[in-house]
Design a protein around this ligand. Sequence first.
Ligand code: DHB
Ligand code: FE
Length: 279
Amino acid sequence: MARITAGVASSHIPALGVASDFDKTAEPYWAPAFAGYEWTKRWEAEQKPDVVILVYNDHASAFDMKIIPTFAIGCGESYQPADEGWGPRKVPVVEGHPDLAWHIAQSLIIDEFDMTIINEMDVDHGLTVPLSMMFGKPEAWPCKVIPLAVNVVTYPPPSGNRCWALGEAIARAVASFEEDLNVQVWGTGGMSHQLQGPRAGLINAAWDNDFLDGLVGDSDRLRHIPHIEYLRETGSEGIEMVMWLIMRGALGKATRVLHRHYHVPASNTAVGHIVLEPV
Ligand code: DHB
Ligand code: FE
């Protein structure tokens, strides 16, 4: 039987990807941001997940205003890094797990989550930067990846409560897959960030840390945070944090924290990262 063994959340700031790609991670500006991922890199090397269900958002790379799926699951064999305007990142191709992905798609849709099924797409920094943060710069990514894309770019994004419930449904789907697989669920994006306008650079460390606290233990208070609170307290792109609730929902009733990291500044955004296991 497939098992969800852990949940990981991380910001997906594109400049972190650039720092990794151009070997700038030891520079004074970047070193503290990357230092908080060293524990996780060692832990992932021991855990050796077979599959990561990687919850992320596309930033007008695979989707644009022509089509805006609220929840989409990648059922393809592989995904190329997207060209986001300066050529694709020179990172490995992302290998999918079509059997598990189709199983999850079927289970979710029968469970009344109407997923969009994607067989072909490129994946942008939302997906590839977390892979770099957790795995560094290998020749090939060490696990299969099932991309699960969430619309948090164009209004209206899904509610936190709906995201949490989707995570719960993903857990049911994984538990009913017969092959013995070590599966992790990752949530990406966040934390505080406002990229444009008069409030650009807004950071609310107190709110972010309270959100990190809320992911640990048996509370489900985070699922009820309204969109307007993310926007007001953490900036317009802070809404990306609803994706972390899919990861949290997938871990079940209670969690234990294994590792936690928070750092400002990186770009004009707060870096947040947490590793959880179900209890
Ligand atoms: C930044 C963060 C994001 O999540 C993103 O999608 C783009 C840019 C940033 O902090 O620069
Ligand atoms: Fe983003």
